[in-house]
Design a binder for this molecule. Structure first.
Ligand SMILES: C[S@@+](CC[C@H](N)C(=O)[O-])C[C@H]1O[C@@H](n2cnc3c(N)ncnc32)[C@H](O)[C@@H]1O
Length: 256
């Protein structure tokens, strides 16, 4: 699903860097929410914007500060961070789907950080993201008598997230929902390495003696869909949007 608004001068997100959709201007104040090691923050700063990277992990903020000592980073939880000044934009890459506790609280925090008319531009996993990987996990968990794995992600549909944004005081100007099959580069061992890296919290509950057999089974189950001659591919589905804080400055949540 794609909607287009000329205010963003933007036709298709396919293949275009997220920073182009954000289109940061020199001197603009921009938050990079869930900044991780700061790579995306640095891309924004290269366009001349004044960036504040926020991440919930002390370790990530330390890495970002070490990589980019000229930029500002702070530890904060996206669900309840506050700022002393208004920002022109909040951007977020590959992070919103990790913020599972309360998506509306994240949107409300972003809303409060923005000036009226400020932009919220992000890319995250969308509904159906990693469906084959997750199905392989769920089957393997059952095969080994482990019940259901605790999945640490929130992958909303376009309709659901649009609704949350609109209810949270934003106008959605562009939204794309697209398959993005992506080469797995993190490790040679395909789905097993992916699960080890990205589902570490679910793996933490697995008895040590079952870890290797479980991961082996996940590879067997996922291979028909995800292993190609050229290597493993993750079945990513991305949700990318650009929204604007409504000019009246009021969120419906403010008046409840
Ligand atoms: C996959 S990384 C993405 C990092 C970065 N945006 C990038 O593009 O490379 C997701 C980041 O979201 C952060 N994160 C997860 N939950 C968070 C929360 N509730 N508040 C702030 N950051 C959070 C994690 O610590 C992690 O650094």
């Amino acid at each position: 699903m794609t909607t287009y608004d000329s205010a963003f001068g933007y036709v298709s997100a396919h293949g275009a860097p997220l920073v182009d959709l954000l289109d940061p201007q020199p001197g603009e104040r921009v938050i990079d929410l869930g900044c991780g090691a700061g790579t995306f923050s640095a891309e924004i700063a290269e366009r001349g914007a004044d960036v504040l990277g926020i991440d919930g992990s002390l370790d990530m903020v330390a890495q970002a500060t070490a990589h980019y000592p000229g930029l500002s980073f702070a530890v904060g939880d996206a669900h309840n961070f506050t700022t002393s000044e208004s920002f022109d934009a909040v951007a977020s890459n590959a992070a919103l789907h990790w913020m599972t506790r309360d998506p509306d609280a994240v949107i409300a925090s972003v809303h409060a950080a923005l000036r009226p008319g400020g932009r919220f531009v992000a890319e995250m996993g969308g509904a159906g993201n990693c469906a084959e990987l997750i199905a392989a996990m769920q089957t393997a968990w059952r095969v080994f008598g482990l019940g259901e794995p605790e999945l640490p992600w929130y992958f909303p549909s376009p309709a659901e997230y649009t609704n949350r944004l609109e209810e949270g005081g934003f106008t959605v100007r562009l939204l794309e929902y697209a398959d993005r099959p992506t080469r797995m580069t993190e490790g040679p061992n395909g789905a097993a390495d992916w699960v080890r890296t990205y589902a570490a919290s679910a793996m933490a509950d697995v008895p040590p003696e079952l870890v290797e057999p479980l991961l082996g089974r996940i590879n067997d189950l996922a291979a028909p869909a995800l292993r190609r001659e050229s290597g493993w591919v993750a079945d990513y589905v991305r949700l990318r949007f650009a929204a604007v804080r409504k000019p009246d400055g009021k969120s419906p949540l403010d008046v409840l």
